[in-house]
Design a protein around this ligand. Sequence first.
Ligand code: 5CA
Length: 164
Amino acid sequence: MDRKIQNTLSPSAQKVQEALIVLESACQIIEFQDSTRTSAEAAERVGCQIGQIVKSLIFRGQASGKPVLVLTSGANRVDENRIAQYTGETIGRADAEFVRAATGFAIGGIPPVGHIQSLETYLDEDLLQYEEIWAAGGTPNAVFRLTPPALVEMTGGMVIRVKT
Ligand code: 5CA
């Protein structure tokens, strides 16, 4: 476990910490000196299974151009056709520019809450098997620990099967 933690949060992580406070969550963002950019790195930093890492993936409705957030277990790959059953339109992966415009954050640190707009959100049912999970906290070095029910509540997301 890597315990090299930064004393002060960078501005993007602070933004997420404030959003958590507004949501009346007691979650505390931890910012590491080393990368938590990928699920594997995040799992290594905090000492958890890769499945306990929440990937915040942004998709784009092909017809509407609407952003869709899919909170996925680090162990899973999203089947876009499954999400399309709920969005009612074909969706595809968003590029880095679209992700930043939709959320206000850069890829590798996209948090599940605190975006510049409210996002239609789906949650991977596989996350619910864990007692605690870890999500990105606004930067590629920042994460926070929470429970699956807290993630459902704070995002208002619909719990669905996302993998094939
Ligand atoms: N901090 C970690 C763990 S919480 C994290 O943010 N993981 S993540 O999975 O939510 O974010 C990285 C994801 O962004 C990758 O899984 C990858 O699918 C996606 N990604 C990486 N580069 C690009 C890119 N250029 N365009 C679109 N998506 C990308």
